[in-house]
Design a protein around this ligand. Structure first.
Ligand code: FES
Ligand code: FES
Length: 173
C-alpha cells in the first residue's frame, strides 16, 4: 500500500509516493536525493548517522516512517550552511579535524546542532562530560571524539560571541 508524502527538506518541498513502511532516511536519500545523512547500523537506531532535525528536534530518521513526517519541516546536513558560509559547527569540525573517515560526521553535526542551540539559549557552559553525554547517541568507528569535543567548545564560544539575530540565522529549525 502506498501514500503520497510531502516533506519540507531544508526549505524545499519534496514529494513522493511511498510504501507505508518506507522509513524517513530512505525518503530523504532515495526519493529526495539528499545523501548527506548515512545508514550505518541497518535501521536499528544504534549509530546515529541518520540523524536529522525534525521540527526543531534531533531524531534518528531510520526509526520513523516517512508518512509520519508528512507535512513536517526537516533539516539535513545539506541545509546547515547559509549563503555559502559554513555553519559554525562545520567550521569548528574543520578547524579541529573532528573527523577521520567522515561517515559518522553528518550524525554528529545534526545531533550537536540541537545540543548547541539549546545550550547557548540557556547560557550554559558545559564541561567535557556533559558534551560527551550529549553526543552519546552517535557512534564514530574511527574514534575522533577528542577533536569533536574541542569543536563543540569552539562552536559554543563562537555562538556566544554573536548577537541573538546573528545566532538565529544559524538555527532555521
Ligand atoms: S542508521 Fe539510524 S541509527 Fe543507525
Ligand atoms: S570519522 Fe569515521 S566513523 Fe567517525
Amino acid at each position: 500500500m502506498k501514500q503520497d508524502v510531502a516533506i519540507n527538506l531544508n526549505g524545499e518541498i519534496y514529494t513522493g509516493r511511498v510504501e507505508l513502511r518506507t522509513v524517513l532516511v530512505d525518503f530523504i536519500r532515495e526519493v529526495a536525493g539528499l545523501t548527506g545523512i548515512h545508514v550505518g547500523c541497518g535501521f536499528e537506531g544504534r549509530c546515529g548517522s541518520c540523524t536529522v532535525i525534525l521540527e526543531g528536534v534531533a531524531v534518528k530518521s531510520c526509526l520513523m516512517l516517512a508518512i509520519q513526517a508528512d507535512g513536517a519541516k526537516v533539516l539535513t546536513p545539506e541545509g546547515l550552511a547559509r549563503g555559502g558560509e559554513l555553519h559554525p559547527l562545520q567550521t569548528a569540525f574543520r578547524d579541529h579535524h573532528g573527523l577521520q573517515c567522515g561517515f559518522c560526521t553528518p550524525g554528529f553535526l545534526m545531533t550537536l546542532y540541537d545540543y548547541v542551540k539549546d545550550i547557548v539559549a540557556r547560557g550554559e557552559v558545559p564541561d567535557e562530560v556533559q558534551i560527551r553525554q550529549a553526543m552519546a547517541g552517535v557512534l564514530c568507528r574511527c574514534t575522533g571524539y577528542v577533536n569533536i569535543v574541542a569543536a563543540v567548545r569552539q562552536t559554543i564560544d563562537r555562538l556566544n560571541a554573536m548577537t541573538p539575530a546573528e545566532r538565529q540565522k544559524w538555527f532555521p529549525l
